[in-house]
Design a protein around this ligand. Structure first.
Ligand SMILES: C[S@@+](CC[C@H](N)C(=O)[O-])C[C@H]1O[C@@H](n2cnc3c(N)ncnc32)[C@H](O)[C@@H]1O
Length: 275
């Protein structure tokens, strides 16, 4: 592999190497890669493999198998972190109209696969603007397995195009327009940042004890990356972290069918923990 005239040549990933990498990714993150993801893995890892001086995926596999830092780098490179503010807006409307008005105490919200923080800050904007919540206060926790996206979430600095779905009033009140070297970006203000915490959590492992039970859990657009046993494991890990009477939101294309019946469905992708 070599760079030539700015063109980047991929390291070819043989089927047998794909199986090894795939199994390592599954063990460490739970992410299940179908055969059609082979090219994606080739594309996402080739450049890094070259940088660390490995010539083949086999060499890379041997190199990273016992190297925790390298495994984290691989996870950071292979996870799909697509997100945007106020994604799947119906959930945010339900949250604002049906949940917030009934709240009678400090509200704790968890964005459990937060990526760069757009979901966590969207929730914080709604909470910060709510008069009902002002009385009791709130906190938002965002977690992800990918350490790079968590850094971006903590910084709260986004390209201006990310502001498109943010209601104008929230944009005015909770976002600062960048200038100078930040021209073309916006930043989440300190009030929202002070109420929003980001930490690394791997959802296939026991959830750390600092993650105390929440009133609301957003677990959206992440179950799609797992096979059935992993989905079941993740939901089993998460249920004890939802308070009695609390809600779980999953992505619009996801379902809990055959995964768990511990929660009651209140909307197609919204569940309540009754007991
Ligand atoms: C497509 S994003 C979803 C972001 C956001 N929830 C949304 O709906 O816009 C999926 C996120 O899940 C994270 N993820 C994948 N496997 C994970 C795991 N085992 N534990 C925690 N997060 C994981 C990825 O790093 C990625 O940021």
């Amino acid at each position: 592999m070599h760079a030539n005239n700015g063109i980047f040549y991929k390291i070819p990933l043989k089927d047998i190497e794909f199986e090894k990498i795939k199994s390592l990714i599954y063990d460490k993150s739970g992410i299940f890669l179908k055969a059609e993801k082979k090219t994606l893995i080739e594309n996402r890892l080739s450049k890094h493999i070259k940088t660390i001086g490995c010539k083949t995926f086999n060499e890379y596999h041997n190199y990273i198998s016992s190297n925790i830092d390298e495994i984290q780098i691989m996870i950071d490179l292979i996870t799909t972190n697509e997100t945007y503010f106020f994604r799947e807006i119906e959930h945010f409307k339900f949250f604002e109209k049906e949940i917030i008005p009934k709240q009678k105490s400090h509200l704790r919200v968890w964005s459990a696969a937060s990526s760069i923080g757009a979901e966590a800050y969207s929730l914080a904007m709604i909470l910060e603007s709510s008069n009902e919540i002002k009385k009791y206060g709130y906190s938002v926790v965002g977690t992800d397995i990918n350490t790079e996206v968590l850094k971006r979430a903590e910084n709260g600095l986004y390209p201006m195009k990310f502001s498109e779905k943010i209601p104008r009033q929230y944009l005015r009140e909770y976002c600062l327009e960048g200038f100078g070297k930040y021209e073309g970006s916006f930043m989440i203000n300190d009030t929202l940042k002070s109420k929003t915490l980001f930490r690394q959590v791997n959802l296939i492992e026991p959830i750390p004890s600092f993650i105390e039970p929440f009133d609301i859990v957003f677990l959206r657009n992440v179950l799609i990356y797992f096979d059935m046993p992993m989905k079941q494991k993740i939901i089993k890990n998460i249920i004890p972290k939802i308070k009695k009477g609390g809600y779980l939101f999953i992505g619009h294309s996801e379902s809990l069918n055959n995964i768990s019946n511990a929660l009651k469905q209140v909307r197609p992708t919204v569940y309540i923990k009754e007991f």
